[in-house]
Design a protein around this ligand. Structure first.
Ligand SMILES: [Zn+2]
Length: 172
């Protein structure tokens, strides 16, 4: 659910006059504004030498056990490209050597019943070697799937599904 369903008291003055209006909460008592914006996130389309797509299996909710692209949230003051390199190192122990921007995909990410908004930046990536690949962090398993065998219905997060569908459409 939208945060306006769970938040009704102003976090600054405590009055129950904290009203959501389009992009922000406004306190009608102390005039405190709290903006709700999309968070930037990154997703990697990593291909191996056989042009198979790397898909990870989600270890945690939301959408536990479904297929996913590796990636994650961009930290405050972090470049998207640096977030991508960091996430791929953390999740898979891989070093990205080439990345090409593919596109941006808005998403709603529901965590503990609350909706958060992201803008997922997708990049097509190559890595130097898969020799040291590991399933770390929030990844339970890694699969390489030939492009014509990818079943997008196994992808849990809706924007990730759209990214993969768009990539397949452009490359099959
Ligand atoms: Zn207030």
């Amino acid at each position: 659910m939208h945060l306006k369903e769970s938040i009704s008291y102003c976090p600054k003055c405590g009055k129950k006059e904290f009203i959501f209006d389009k992009k922000r909460f406004v306190c009608n008592s102390c005039h405190f504004d709290l903006y709700i914006n999309a968070s930037a996130a990154v997703a990697a389309l990593i291909l191996n030498e056989k042009n198979e797509l790397l898909l990870s299996r989600r270890k945690f909710d939301p959408q536990k056990d479904t297929l996913d692209l590796p990636g994650g949230f961009v930290d405050i003051h972090e470049k998207g490209e640096d977030a991508l390199k960091r996430e791929i190192k953390e999740e898979l122990n891989l070093e990205i050597t080439e990345m090409q921007y593919f596109g941006s995909f808005p998403n709603t990410y529901t965590f503990r019943d609350n909706d958060y908004y992201t803008l997922d930046l997708a990049f097509v990536c190559r890595v130097a070697t898969f020799d040291n690949i590991q399933a770390n962090d929030d990844v339970s398993a890694i699969e390489f799937i030939p492009l014509d065998k990818v079943n997008v219905d196994e992808i849990g997060l809706s924007s990730i599904k759209v990214i993969v569908e768009s990539y397949l459409k452009a490359n099959l």
